[in-house]
Each structure stands twice: as structure tokens, then as C-alpha cells.
Write a protein that binds this ligand. Structure first.
Ligand SMILES: *[C@@H]1O[C@H](CO)[C@@H](O)[C@H](O)[C@H]1NC(C)=O
Ligand SMILES: *[C@@H]1O[C@H](CO)[C@@H](O)[C@H](O)[C@H]1NC(C)=O
Ligand SMILES: *[C@@H]1O[C@H](CO)[C@@H](O)[C@H](O)[C@H]1NC(C)=O
Ligand SMILES: *[C@@H]1O[C@H](CO)[C@@H](O)[C@H](O)[C@H]1NC(C)=O
Ligand SMILES: *[C@@H]1O[C@H](CO)[C@@H](O)[C@H](O)[C@H]1NC(C)=O
Ligand SMILES: *[C@@H]1O[C@H](CO)[C@@H](O)[C@H](O)[C@H]1NC(C)=O
Ligand SMILES: *[C@@H]1O[C@H](CO)[C@@H](O)[C@H](O)[C@H]1NC(C)=O
Length: 309
């Protein structure tokens, strides 16, 4: 059932490249320049700089947190829109579209800079991506974090699958001030001394005294949607819940379920119409040390991606 072509695997390897390299690396530019009168603007506000040209698909956006579009779209307008929303990435696409996020989400992958070749609707001398191609810029500000220990006694346990038909944590909690790791864990504690709290989809908080046994532990990379209420933190993702557990004072905290290794430069996001039931669990893969854990989840994702496209 689960197969992986060499072709799609190489696409994932491209996605693994550090995303900051493109910003100041002239060798990534076409050797003889772009054969048009458009260019990427060099004088950008603040510390904003070009990251590069990336793939995008409508069912799983490369920059997924916020968007706008308009007949006057320019690179500067998009940066201003994303910057005012406190996002660290801004991307222009198809001439007049603008997308924001603080993570470059998978399956977004670096594409040749020459793929991004469409003039901006609001300034024909600037490039605004192309069809299915985003020109991405970054403010250079730090990435959001998965908060490891948000409030006293609460520790991050890992990223689990969730689905609307059978919830990983049963009790939804409305938090008027906005969902963050801090507010959600505190709300679950005060609601009924729940021992588990979970963040999902950027803005949901769930509580319970146990996690559903059908939930699968997946890579932390899956739980990297920016919290709507605080763009310095991650709040799970679509069908992915970042789970926290409470340990009473004096007790030994449970060992975290997290993978090892630095995977801060990319994020897996799968958007399913129907979450697959055959998603492989981690025991089907050899355990590895030295931070290799994210790799086998990337392999998983290629399968999902091939299913989607
Ligand atoms: C992530 O990017 C930083 C630069 O921002 C780089 O130093 C680091 O090596 C990258 N990590 C990985 C795993 O690529
Ligand atoms: C259009 O973009 C070019 C290149 O970034 C810039 O020099 C020029 O000032 C812009 N024009 C307007 C009207 O903003
Ligand atoms: C640009 O980056 C520098 C060095 O990180 C920082 O000191 C400065 O505040 C940044 N400027 C803006 C406008 O963010
Ligand atoms: C485009 O900008 C011009 C001048 O700033 C403005 O008059 C016009 O209404 C704008 N059009 C749209 C569709 O935003
Ligand atoms: C959840 O478990 C805690 C600790 O065992 C208990 O105090 C609390 O009453 C439980 N809450 C519910 C709703 O069962
Ligand atoms: C929900 O998950 C439980 C396992 O925790 C399982 O026993 C039950 O059959 C599932 N229900 C549905 C409707 O899938
Ligand atoms: C994970 O996959 C292995 C191998 O297919 C299987 O034996 C095991 O029961 C699965 N575990 C869960 C929790 O589904």
C-alpha cells in the first residue's frame, strides 16, 4: 500500500534544504539573469529579504495562516499585510495573491527561481510568483516554538493524530482571550482538573483525562500551525493535536513522546478530505538515533502526498 517513488523522494529532499540559504546566495540566481524586465525588489522594508521560489497547491498551502488578494498587489503590499499580522514569511503568487505564515509548510518545496516569473498586478516591474509558484520573503525574525512547559506542572508530550469522528481528547474548551499553550493548559486545569490538554488547528483547545487509544503519535513537524492568538507559538495543526500532560507537584513528569533532532526549518502539513486509515505507525519503521526520527515521517508524508496529487 505504501510506496515511494524516487521522483517524489527527491522533492522531499529539496524541501529539507535549509530555507534561509536562498536569501543571500547569488549562486541560486539564474546565471544570465532573468530574461524579462521583472525583478525581485532589492530595497525591502526592515530586514525583509528574498527566500526564493516555492511550489504551492490549493489543497495544502505552503504559507497557510493568512491571505489576501487584490488588483493592486505588489511585493511591498504583501509584506506590509503579513508583517502587520506578525508573520515572518510573506509570499506572492499568480500576480495578485498574497499568503502569510511563520513556517514554510510541507508539501511546499523550493523551485527554480525562474519558475516565479509573473508580473505583480500592482507593479509590472516586480515578480509575484506564478501559477502554483510563490515568491517567498522573510522578515528574518525567529520561528515560533512548540512551548515545552507552558504552565506549572504541564509538559509537552507530543503531536498526535485527531479526527472529527473520534476525538483524541473529548472536551472542547472555548477560550475568549485566545488559545495558546499557556491559556489552554490553565483552562483545562480549572475546568475539571483535567490531566491532558491539547492544541489543534491553530485555535482549538481540547481537554480530557485520557487520550483516545486510536490516536497515533506523529512527528512534531506535523504540529506547526501558528497559534492565531500568538504567532510566537505553535498550536497543533489540522487533524493534529499537540498534547500536554499535567503532573502534580513532586511527582516525576512522564517521559515526552517527542522525536529527537532539529527539524525547525520545515513543517509537514497534510490536509485530508478523509484522514487515511492506513497511516503507518512509527513501529513500522526502524528506530534510529541522532535525530533521524523526522525522516521516516517525511517518508510517510510522501505517501500521503502521492495519494493527494
Ligand atoms: C535551520 O536553519 C538554520 C539557519 O536559520 C541553520 O543554522 C540550521 O542548520 C538549519 N537546521 C536544519 C536542520 O537544516
Ligand atoms: C515598482 O517596482 C520597482 C521595483 O521594485 C520599484 O523600483 C518601483 O518604485 C515600483 N513602482 C511603484 C509605483 O511602486
Ligand atoms: C534587523 O535585524 C537586526 C539584527 O538582527 C536587529 O537588530 C534589528 O532590530 C532588525 N530590524 C528590524 C526593523 O526588525
Ligand atoms: C489601486 O490603487 C489605486 C491608487 O492607490 C486606488 O485608487 C485603487 O482604488 C486601487 N484599486 C484596487 C482594486 O484596490
Ligand atoms: C480528571 O482527573 C483528575 C485527577 O485524577 C481528577 O481530579 C478530575 O476530577 C478528573 N476530571 C474528570 C472530569 O473526570
Ligand atoms: C473510537 O475510538 C475507540 C477507541 O478509543 C474505538 O473503540 C471506537 O470504536 C471508535 N469509534 C468510532 C466511531 O470509530
Ligand atoms: C503498528 O504497526 C505494526 C506493524 O504493522 C503493528 O504490528 C502494530 O500493531 C501497529 N500498532 C498500532 C498501535 O496500530
Amino acid at each position: 500500500m505504501f510506496t515511494m517513488s524516487v521522483h517524489s523522494f527527491s522533492k522531499v529532499l529539496i524541501a529539507l534544504l535549509p530555507l534561509t540559504v536562498g536569501a543571500h546566495t547569488p549562486s541560486l540566481l539564474p546565471r544570465h539573469g532573468i530574461h524579462s524586465r521583472q525583478s525581485n525588489p532589492t530595497a525591502l522594508p526592515g530586514n525583509w529579504s528574498l527566500v526564493g521560489c516555492f511550489t504551492d497547491i490549493s489543497t495544502a498551502r505552503t504559507l497557510a495562516a493568512s491571505s489576501t488578494a487584490g488588483a493592486n498587489m505588489t511585493v511591498e503590499d504583501c509584506i506590509s499585510f503579513c508583517s502587520s499580522g506578525d508573520f515572518i514569511f510573506a509570499g506572492v503568487e499568480f500576480g495578485d495573491e498574497c499568503y502569510c505564515d511563520s513556517t514554510i509548510q510541507i508539501p511546499g518545496a523550493r523551485a527554480p527561481l525562474t519558475d516565479c516569473s509573473q508580473p505583480c498586478a500592482g507593479n509590472a516591474s516586480e515578480i509575484c510568483g506564478a501559477s502554483g509558484r510563490l515568491t517567498i520573503f522573510t522578515s528574518g525574525d525567529p520561528s515560533p516554538i512548540l512551548v515545552p512547559a507552558p504552565t506549572t506542572g504541564w509538559t509537552y508530550q507530543g503531536c498526535l493524530t485527531d479526527n472529527t469522528a473520534n476525538r483524541t481528547l473529548p472536551v472542547p474548551i472555548n477560550i475568549p482571550v485566545g488559545v495558546t499553550a499557556e491559556t489552554c493548559t490553565a483552562a483545562c486545569q480549572s475546568a475539571a482538573a483535567y490531566t491532558f490538554a491539547g492544541l489543534e488547528n491553530g485555535h482549538e483547545c481540547w481537554c480530557g483525562n485520557s487520550t483516545n487509544t486510536i490516536a497515533e503519535h506523529v512527528s512534531d513537524d506535523d504540529c506547526r500551525a501558528v497559534c492565531s492568538a500568538d504567532h510566537t507559538e505553535y498550536c497543533g495543526n489540522a487533524n493534529r493535536i499537540a498534547v500536554y500532560e499535567f503532573t502534580p507537584e513532586g511527582a516525576v513528569p512522564p517521559p515526552p513522546l517527542t522525536c529527537t533532532g532539529d527539524v525547525s526549518n520545515f513543517t509537514l502539513v497534510a490536509v485530508y478530505n478523509n484522514p487515511p486509515t492506513w497511516f503507518p505507525n512509527s513501529s513500522q519503521y526502524p528506530s534510529r538515533t541522532g535525530g533521524a526520527c523526522p525522516q521516516y515521517f517525511l517518508d510517510d508524508f510522501v505517501g500521503l502526498r502521492d495519494m493527494l496529487l
